[in-house]
Ligand binder design. Sequence first.
Ligand SMILES: Nc1nc2c(ncn2[C@@H]2O[C@H](COP(=O)(O)OP(=O)(O)OP(=O)(O)O)[C@@H](O)[C@H]2O)c(=O)[nH]1
Ligand SMILES: [Mg+2]
Length: 319
Amino acid sequence: MDDAEVRAIAAALAAGDLRCGARLITRIERGDEGLMPLLQALYRQGGRSRVVGITGPPGAGKSTLISRLVAVWRAQGQRVAVLAVDPSSPFSGGAVLGDRVRMSAHVFDDGVFIRSMASRRHLGGLARAAGDALVVLDAMPWDVVLIETVGVGQNETEIVRHASVVLLVQTPMGGDDVQAAKAGITEIGDIFVVNKSDHLRADATVRQLQAMIELTQRLHPDRGWQPPVLKTNAVDGQGVAELAVRIDQCFEHLRRHEGTTRARQRTRLRHRVNEVLSDMLARRLREDEDPALEPQIAALLSRETDPYAVAAGLLARIG
Ligand SMILES: Nc1nc2c(ncn2[C@@H]2O[C@H](COP(=O)(O)OP(=O)(O)OP(=O)(O)O)[C@@H](O)[C@H]2O)c(=O)[nH]1
Ligand SMILES: [Mg+2]
C-alpha cells in the first residue's frame, strides 16, 4: 500500500464511508499484513472517539443493552459504531446474525455501524485484530465506539482493555457469574450493570457486587472513580437512560483527572505494543516454521538440544 492509497483510504474513512470501513475490518480479520502502513497512519492521526467496552457472561444481555444505549445516543444526535468481538466462535457468521437480530432496530440508520468479528486464529490474534479494527473505526466520524465481548476468562479482558470506559454486565441468576467476576475482572470495570433486573435476586446481586467493588477500591485507594452498580432491564429499557448518564460522567471524570487517565493510557499502550509484538512474532515463526524447525526437532528427539535452546535460537534469528 503506497502513500497515495493510504491518503485516499484515510480520506474515505474520515468522510464516513461505511463500505470502506467494513472492507478494512474484513481484511484485518483475515490477518492481511498489507494494511500495516494504513494502520500506522491512522493511529497517528486518531484518538478522537470515545471507546466504551462492554463485557459479561454469555447471554447476560450485552447486545440487547447496547441496542438500547445506541437508541439513547442516537436520540442525542450522536453517531455510534458497535464492534462485537466473539472469541468463542471460530467464524463470524453466527455472531453477525445474532447481533443483527438484536440490533435490528438500527439496521437502516446510517448513523450506526454494527459489525461482528471472530477469528480462526488464536485469541491473542483476535485481541490484536480488535485493536486494529478500533484504529479504523476511530478514523471515522463516530462519536462513540462500543466494543462488546463475552467475558468468561482472561483473554476476553484483553479485548475490552482497548476501551477507555468498561461496563461489566452481570445477571441476577448465577452466583457463579459474580464469582467469575471476582477473578480480577472487578479491576477493569468502571461501571457495573446488573441486567435482567426483572428477575428475583437482582438486589442481592447488586449488594454482592458493591461489596466486591469496595474490596477492590481498598486495594486501589488512588483510583478516584467509585464504580457505580446499576440495575437495568434491557428488554423494556428500564435503567438504560441512567446508564448512559453514568457513562458520560465516567468520561467527564477521565477528562478532569488527567493524571489518572494518562496512567491508564500508558498501561493500555504497553499492552497494545506487547499484543502487536507477540502477534508479529507468532506470524514470523509460522512463516519459517517448517524449514528451520525440522532439523531441530530431530535434535530434540535425540536430546542433543532442548526446547529452551531451540526457542532462544529462533528468537535470535528472527529478531
Ligand atoms: N428477562 C430479561 N431478558 C433479557 C434482558 N436483557 C436481555 N434479555 C434476553 O437475554 C437473551 C440474551 O440477550 P443478548 O443481548 O443476546 O445477550 P448477550 O450478552 O449479548 O449474549 P452473547 O453475546 O451471546 O454473550 C435474549 O433472549 C434477550 O432477549 C432483561 O433485562 N430481562
Ligand atoms: Mg451479544
